[in-house]
Design a binder for this molecule. Sequence first.
Ligand code: SF4
Ligand code: SF4
Length: 438
Amino acid sequence: MSLTFPGGVHPPDKKGLARNAQIEKMPAPEELIIPMSQHIGALCSPTVKKGDKVFMGQLIGDSEAYVSAPIHSSVSGEVKIIEPRPHLLGKKILSVVIKNDGEFKKVDGLEGCSDCFSLSPDELKKKIRAAGIVGLGGATFPTHVKLSPPKEFPIDTVIINGAECEPYLTADYRLMVEDPVSIVNGLKLLMYILDAKKGIIAIEDNKRDSILIFEDLVARENSIEILGVKTKYPQGAEKQLIYSCTKRIVPAGSLPMAVGIVVHNAGTASKIHYSLKFGLPLISRVVTVSGEGIQHSKNLEISIGTTFKDVIRFCGGFKGTPGKVIAGGPMMGFAQSSLEVPVIKGTSGILIFPEDFTHIPVEDVCIRCGKCVDVCPMKLMPYKLGQLAEFGYFDEAEDWNAMDCMECGSCSYICPSNRRLIHYIKLLKADILSKKKK
Ligand code: SF4
Ligand code: SF4
């Protein structure tokens, strides 16, 4: 069985820049900017005020909404101010700014469990919520919600996503090589919570060494399988990974639970292990800092709230004149206009490209070559969607399934006419959503 999915592209992986850089702990800076939105769902409200003393791991933001995740202080220190600050999504978001006292005093009451399996799944989900765990692959969906599928969708399989298919990114790879036990332990906890009988760790076959490490680790585990999936973008997209591993097809508009599967990122599994075992909330994460425009590519454990400016300085600064800074991978990440934005729970990468790498090619007319259709993993007609947006036929977009687009960018990448297909499709989707809201 070929462990792959229809469509997809093969961009140069560029992982060699950071692949061998061991995870290094970056010292927390003097000041941290911690936004009240770092997840899909309701914005948190601050639970502290200006002038308050805070401890490392202390709750500083929360929401009563179910789809949300609490936020904690990454350091001990004092709340300097609470105000809107630049955020990775391009707008200002209410943020708690903390002056680090350099003492890293932990808040009282952070208790782990010596035997997590003696607790009930509901008790563990409460702890996961309290720790503020969200999907670290970039989706930032609150983990406690993902672990609570309705009864009519029993889960038989948990897949750990170790594909890391975006070029340049190596944070998950390093975690899988350096701390695989935490990922396996996290998977076992996820399987227990969901009562899933099978666990899969799926890794792209360009990470052969990590596949071998996991195969060795789970050699005596009958319920856990290690699968080397084909190296192809977007192999790490949930629906594509599920198809590659199990050949199950998640219907359009449905979630993976519809086919009895839940997918969690490798970094998320590791954090679940640490938060349950040691009581540590999510206050730091592994980030790849790479690209041809940074002096030293690194994989760093970074305190949430550290600004991009501080991270870039820690990596030796820019190499040449910077042209573009991206949060995330080059295919699905977000270009940043300010270096004052902070690392948040969903920041898997910070990529820096020099000026001469950021030339935007001239867009030409569609030559109907069909390449965008061939590579679309969602079986859409990207060229048609591009035309609908370009010529203003927004009302027809839903009929052409624009909402099924996961914005992977494969169509834009392959197009010989440099059509800005993903840009057009985002316009269509925004129009559909705004009409629905009305
Ligand atoms: S790849 Fe580009 S040129 Fe080819 S059909 Fe699609 S939009 Fe047209
Ligand atoms: S139409 Fe959407 S899902 Fe299909 S290739 Fe383009 S960006 Fe990806």
